[in-house]
Design a protein around this ligand. Sequence first.
Ligand code: HEC
Length: 242
Amino acid sequence: MSFRQFAFGLTATFGFAWLAVVIVPFFMMRSVEPVAFTEAADGKEGIYHPKTTGRVTNGAEVYASNGCYNCHTQLIRPTYAGNELGRPDWAGLKMDEERGDTRRESNVFDYQGEKFAQIGLNRLGPDLSNVGRRVEAEYAKGGDAKLWLMMHLYDPRANPQRPTSTCPSHRFLFEEKEVLGQVPQDALPVESPEGTVVIPSPDANELVDYLLSLKRDDAVPASMNYGPATKPAEAKPAAPQG
Ligand code: HEC
């Protein structure tokens, strides 16, 4: 192999990766246009406005600084890259009490208002795109969703349904506080030394607010999403044989 061939090979190898990973996505997402609902596919007209709830920015920072993204994704893959809509409660809820099937793929608008899109590095734990919805509708059904998340952060293995959870405990986000008079309302029901209670730090409160805000299941135009509830596009006529 001559030096020229080597240099060309090197440039082509890195150049192609750079094109595919940096340049193509940049041009695809640089100017995101508003997407419209169409009467035929969605049964209504108008422009899609993403809905986000709560204060997300501070909590997203706590999420990032504790490395939650190392084990948790926030990305429901586009179906062409492997369908994830079959899961009953990741991409939305299969049986939302009010809206029926709300499952959908993630889209660029889902990360609006966040400094970084926390799409995640690995998926050792469940995807958290819709964890707020899931906790409210399923784990803490009718109960206190905030407390469910606090308890999970404090000690994931304390949950009788998850004795072998490998989610790390984030006990350092909580403080032991001496009780002077009334017990604070946000005290966790956990053991602590005589005369003290465990309460969430401001970081824990922000993180939990952020997690509860993760409900990326509002209805999007069918043109943006393939969901079990939307009909796939008409099958193309089969290619002529031979
Ligand atoms: C070492 C990898 C790892 C890290 C880091 C991690 N988790 Fe987890 N997490 C897991 C695993 C594995 C599970 C599944 C087991 C379980 O349900 O407890 C999980 C479960 C969860 C759940 C329950 C989700 C559900 O739908 O059942 C929540 C909420 C959660 N983690 C939040 C967090 C937050 C917030 C952080 C950062 C402060 C974090 N995790 C950091 C591995 C991790």
